[in-house]
Write a protein that binds this ligand. Structure first.
Ligand code: GLN
Length: 283
C-alpha cells in the first residue's frame, strides 16, 4: 500500500469513528508518523512497509479511542505559533486568542509597555508566552498549581525565545505570590466548566486534566475566588481579563460589579456570539 492510499483509508476509518475533520487528521497523523511535511507527503508518495503499517495502526487506534490529536502529535498551534502540549496541560483553544487580543487592545504602545502581567493557571503557557512576544519589554509571571504543567510552559517559553522575561510559580492562584505584588494586568483562563455538565461532554475532554476544566457544580468556583482576590493584586487602573464560559456572562458581571474596587465591567462575546471574556479595571 502507498502512503496516499493509507491516507484515504485512515480518513475513512476516522470518519466512521465519528472524528469530524477526518481527512485533515489522517494527513496530520501520517505526517507526524513519517516525519514529513504535508507538501513532502504528497510529493514523495511511496510504498509503506508492514512494520510502518503496524506502527501507524497503533497511532490511529489511539485517536479512535478519542485521545485528542494534540496529545498524539505533542503539538498545538496557537496565535500562529507551535506549542508543545502533553496530557499535563489543557490543549490551547482558539477562543483564548480573544483574551490576548483584549490585553493588547488595552496597551496603546506595545513596544514600550514595560509593565508586569500576571497569568493565573498558565497550563501550557500560551498566554504569557504570546504576551511576552507581543510586548517585548513586559515582564510576566505565570502561576499554575501543577509543577508538571509549569515544565511544559517553561519549555514553550524557551522554544519561543522569551524565557528570560517570564517567571513560573507553582501554587494555588494568588497564594503563589508575595502579598505585596501588584500588576498592570491580571489575566486568566481558569477552569469554568460546570461539573454537572461533565456526562454530556465530548469524549476527548476526558483526557485533559480535570483541574484545568472543572470548577464546582456551576463552573464558577474558581472565577468567584479570582474575582474576590484580584483587586488586591492590581495597580490602580490595572486590568482584569478572564476567560469565562459561554453562558456565564450575566453571573460574572454581577460578581465583578459587587467588587467596590473594580469599575468598567464588560462582557465580551466570541465570534460564535457566546460569552467568552469578562473584563474590569481597578479604580
Ligand atoms: N473552552 C474549554 C472547553 O470548552 C474550557 C476551558 C476552560 O475551562 N478554561 O472545553
Amino acid at each position: 500500500m502507498k502512503i496516499s492510499e493509507l491516507a484515504r483509508l485512515t480518513a475513512e476509518q476516522l470518519r466512521q469513528g465519528g472524528i469530524g475533520e477526518a481527512r485533515l487528521e489522517s494527513e496530520l497523523l501520517l505526517c507526524y508518523f513519517f516525519g514529513l511535511s504535508r507538501v513532502e507527503m504528497h510529493l514523495a508518495d511511496r510504498a509503506v512497509t508492514a512494520d510502518e503499517l503496524a506502527g501507524f495502526a497503533a497511532l490511529v487506534e489511539r485517536r479512535l479511542n478519542r485521545q485528542p490529536l494534540a496529545y498524539i502529535l505533542g503539538e498545538q498551534e496557537f496565535w500562529s505559533l507551535s506549542f508543545t502540549v502533553s496530557p499535563a496541560v489543557l490543549i490551547p483553544r482558539p477562543e483564548t486568542e480573544l483574551l490576548i487580543e483584549a490585553v493588547l487592545a488595552r496597551i496603546p504602545e506595545p513596544t514600550t509597555f514595560a509593565g508586569a502581567i500576571l497569568d493565573l493557571g498558565s497550563g501550557s503557557g500560551v498566554i504569557p508566552v504570546v504576551l511576552a512576544r507581543e510586548l517585548p519589554q513586559a515582564r510576566l509571571i505565570g502561576v499554575d498549581i501543577s509543577p508538571a504543567a509549569l515544565e511544559v510552559a517553561a519549555a514553550n517559553a524557551q522554544r519561543h525565545g522569551v524565557a528570560e522575561r517570564i517567571d513560573w510559580l507553582a501554587g494555588d492562584w494568588f497564594d503563589a505570590l508575595a502579598p505585596v505584588s501588584r500588576f498592570a494586568f491580571v489575566v486568566t483562563n481558569p477552569p469554568y466548566v460546570a461539573e454537572l455538565s461533565r456526562p454530556g461532554l465530548q469524549p476527548e475532554l476526558a483526557f485533559e486534566p480535570p483541574t484545568a476544566l472543572f470548577a464546582g457544580a456551576d463552573g464558577l468556583d474558581d472565577l468567584r475566588h479570582l474575582i474576590s482576590q484580584s483587586p488586591d493584586f492590581l495597580l490602580p487602573g490595572g486590568g482584569l481579563i478572564m476567560e469565562i464560559g459561554y453562558d456565564q456572562g450575566e453571573t460574572v458581571k454581577t460578581l465583578l460589579r459587587a467588587q467596590p474596587a473594580l469599575e468598567a465591567v464588560e462582557i465580551i462575546k466570541d465570534y460564535a456570539g457566546l460569552d467568552r471574556l469578562a473584563t474590569a479595571r481597578k479604580i
